[in-house]
Ligand binder design. Structure first.
Ligand SMILES: NC(=O)CC[C@H](N)C(=O)O
Length: 357
């Protein structure tokens, strides 16, 4: 069955339908350059309302294994590939990507020149697109941007314990990835995951040693209501932020954010640590960034920058025990170079000078 991807500037790509065959969907068209990790991306809540183009030419060849999912369901809007693997080979594979997307009601399109599509997005900037059975559609009204009202965070409100717990972390769920929870457990932290609309008292009653602000979808400025909570939390507990959490930590301290002309989505983004001078390879997925020139009047310092475009990748508070990174230190999949972030967060919780509430 034929299916079309129509970009808001009229550029049209024809391909074959897979996954859910009935839906017509729209959203922001983004590209991910990872050679692996399609399942992690498809189930990462940060991709909510986005049509993911995978630039690696063969997608699906190691199938789907429930253990790799980053949330309870597929969260992106559509999947765009060059070639869909007809067979999946990995020993842990439980089903094919095509089947998985059918059950998850996510449409896909294959046979797309994903290199041409990606070059187009890099040249003209991020844009909306519609996936349709028809070659001519113009209804982009809903597609333009993801907004907070359209997103559904994972809300994995749950307690995770580990025998070795040295610290107790309250993880604020803006659309958290399972790998963040797994990494906290592996770093000897027990974890309470709470919805982002939780109030200060509810969080304080959980007796945290530290607060972690999760990743999540949409424009960080959509979360203005959460900033007073973050301001209050950072003066009571050691605090860390990842990706959206990093952006919200910046906004809560008076910085601003902006939309990148096209996002960073892949597994090999160089990040330079300005304190150690070391560059590491990181896994990334973001379309917004903290404006470096907005930081001068804030209590925040840049600790890390992206190697390609110099954008802000890490922050620390000058006086409070609070740090954040724009990349994904849980790095699942991808290089684990950024993983020491969790050791740093542990150190903040061990040495944090603040009295609890
Ligand atoms: N992975 C994330 O947390 C993404 C943050 C935000 N939605 C962005 O695209 O920049």
């Amino acid at each position: 069955m034929k299916r079309y991807l129509i970009l808001e500037d009229g550029t049209t790509f024809a391909g074959q339908a897979f996954g859910d065959l009935t839906k017509e969907v729209s959203g922001e068209v983004v590209f991910n350059t990872g050679m692996t990790g399609y399942q992690e991306a498809i189930t990462d809540p940060s991709y909510t309302n986005q049509l993911i183009t995978f630039t690696y030419p063969l997608i699906g060849n190691y199938g789907i294994d429930q253990n790799r999912s980053q949330s309870l369901k597929a969260t992106c809007t559509a999947v765009i590939v060059h070639q869909l693997a007809e067979q999946s080979f990995h020993y842990t594979s439980q089903e094919s990507l095509d089947n998985f997307l059918k059950t998850q009601q996510i449409p896909g399109i294959s046979g797309i020149d994903t290199r041409a599509l990606t070059k187009h997005l890099r040249q003209h900037g991020t844009m909306a697109g519609i996936l349709s059975k028809q070659a001519h559609v113009t209804n982009f009204a809903k597609a333009a941007q993801q907004t907070l009202t359209e997103k559904e965070p994972a809300y994995q409100t749950q307690y995770y314990s580990t025998n070795l717990a040295k610290h107790h972390v309250v993880l604020i769920d803006f659309g958290v990835k399972q790998a963040i929870i797994d990494n906290l457990l592996a770093h000897e932290c027990s974890v309470d995951v709470v919805p982002y609309a939780s109030d200060f008292t509810t969080i304080a009653n959980l007796n945290p040693d530290g607060i972690l602000l999760s990743n999540g979808p949409a424009n960080p400025t959509d979360y203005a209501d959460s900033l007073p909570l973050i301001q209050q939390l950072q003066t009571h507990y050691p605090l860390a932020g990842i990706c959206l959490g990093h952006q919200l930590f910046a906004l809560a301290n008076g910085a601003t954010t902006y939309q990148l002309s096209y996002g960073h989505r892949g597994l090999n983004h160089p990040v330079k640590n300005l304190i150690t001078g070391k560059t590491i390879m990181t896994s990334q997925n973001h379309g917004y960034a903290v404006a470096a020139d907005s930081l001068a009047t804030t209590p925040l310092q840049v600790t890390q920058v992206e190697g390609n475009d110099g954008s802000v990748e890490g922050l620390k508070h000058e006086t409070l025990p609070a740090i954040s990174v724009q990349y994904h230190p849980e790095a699942n999949p991808g290089p684990s170079d950024g993983n020491s972030f969790f050791n740093q967060f542990n150190q903040l919780m061990t040495e944090g000078v603040l009295q609890h509430a």
